[in-house]
Ligand binder design. Sequence first.
Ligand SMILES: NC(=O)CC(=O)C(=O)O
Length: 324
Amino acid sequence: MNASASPADVAAPASLWPQPPPSQLLRVALLQLPITNDKAQNLATAEAAIREAVTTGGGADLVILPECFNCPYGASYFGPYAEPIPGGPTTARLSALARELAIPVLVGGSIPERTPEGRLHNTALVFDRTGALVATHRKAHLFDVDVPGGIRFVESETLSPGDQVTTFPTPWGTAGLGICYDVRFPHLASIMVERDGARLLIYPAAFNTTTGPLHWELLLRSRAVDFGCWVMACSPSRVPGATYQAFGHSMIVSPWGTVVATCEAGPSLVRATIDMAQVHQARQAIPVLSQRRWDLYTCDRPAPADDKDNLARQTALKVNVRNV
Ligand SMILES: NC(=O)CC(=O)C(=O)O
């Protein structure tokens, strides 16, 4: 059976598969770009890389830029670099490029967004071949961490979290879209796949030299195997002397968990032609999605052992809390 038999891919009602049967081969290009303090230069770099991706090397159907590709990644930069979406210069530039080059799917990384109310978000943009802005995703899980001897980063000092799960249709099936830290939350991927029918998960991202070596490949391969999906993550390249040292290593992972394309830390164009049929094949062979024991997973949010109030509340609700 090939991937056109998509309703059988997961144990989900056929109504979750509204798109036509996906075509099989998808040419993917990840643009691992050097980000500077100069927004105009960042946009010019991105434009040149997009043109190269679609006009050389056999072309590309899906082009992905990094997280914060027009702005250095740092809390003090988000405000000064922010712009409205739509209505800002970055949206206009990417839209024009997608239209001119007829790119089937252009994931314009993410950029700092300023809302009409004045809130700031880290927001990803997706355009189709007509230049229409077909999806946006506001980073839902903000990168607030403190790793002793490693990195302290508090996105929530300046950014507000998004409150939506983002999926969108493509000619190759439904795609799920998250940003960087979002990849650490399998529940988000679960909703993309098991509610919305995602077959590929896309993460503009910017891990760093502390968390990257520890978790980057591990997380991307985990999400691929957890959900039998193609997973793609595009990072900025590492810029010597920059305040944030990006990990790089942009990566494409198959539904089997195999790294099919990646790179080191420097500026790179990572390409692969991937076969969407592997989604179906992996899910058929190892059908964890249809072997879920939802009858056991009655407590989606276990109460911490020391949270007596929460335990009491959940017990009152007859939630099956097992206190370990
Ligand atoms: N930069 C991020 O949002 C996430 C990250 O670097 C990590 O999870 O590690």
